[in-house]
Write a protein that binds this ligand. Sequence first.
Ligand SMILES: Nc1ncnc2c1ncn2[C@@H]1O[C@H](COP(=O)(O)OP(=O)(O)O)[C@@H](O)[C@H]1O
Ligand SMILES: [Mg+2]
Length: 272
Amino acid sequence: MTVDGALDTANQDPADDAVPALSLSGITVRFGGITALQDVNLRLHAGEVLGLIGPNGAGKTTLFDAISGIRLLNAGRVELAGQDVTRLTAVRRARRGLRRTFQRVQTFGWLSVEDNVLAALEWQGGGGGLVADLVSFPTRRAREARRRERVAEVLELCGLTSVRRESAGSLPIGLARMVELARAIVDTPQVLLLDEPTSGLDETEATRLGERIQDIRRQEGCAVLLVEHDVGFVMRQCDRIVVLHLGEVLAVGEPPEIQANAAVRAAYLGDD
Ligand SMILES: Nc1ncnc2c1ncn2[C@@H]1O[C@H](COP(=O)(O)OP(=O)(O)O)[C@@H](O)[C@H]1O
Ligand SMILES: [Mg+2]
């Protein structure tokens, strides 16, 4: 993983030969009189885990909304793998390999855990519609079997096998978050945005989540942007950390640099 040494509020990062998986330039979002994000610039590379921290109201969730296409920008540009997606809908961005989870969990509560995850693969479709379903072409059946296999594998990795037939809405928050994660990773994303994923997780679940983050970046080369209030978790999981404060990037650096940064400590980390 490329990691640069310099702590730099101008938001430099790995000396890049490669095209970043995600590139943000000049991202500005206002809500009426409030500027939630002001000229945010970021680059995230394949296989990199970048932490995004900052006090409540710093603009972290708004940044995720802006990247994923559910919040319009007042200014700026979002690129996925070098392609400008600023004007694309959330669905089109998802088709280019962008996935996210939500700070307030959003699963299909009435569907089983298994079907929630399967639904995330559904858009690829088998083609052929109803007729193909009725005739059930062998290639279609094989594809279906492969999909079920992939879902089973991801459920196992996320610790959900024993609850796979329960409705997602009936699960405690820790497991519901794992369902969201399973949905986000089942289709091997290129860029994964995780919004406060450890919130409500117990120790074992948080450890498992950390392992999944590390596999997906290593095995799939996925780029991960992690918003997290658990500073210890962020420090362990991330190559670099970005600190947002009042909608602006206050600092970027490796975990030890961020921990030692006086401005960051004052704004966020306090004395712990
Ligand atoms: N839908 C909204 N309407 C008005 N203001 C909003 C809305 N969403 C967020 N904000 C404001 O934007 C700022 C950033 O919020 P948010 O992105 O949720 O921060 P964070 O996720 O870092 O806690 C805050 O001042 C918040 O009050
Ligand atoms: Mg938030």
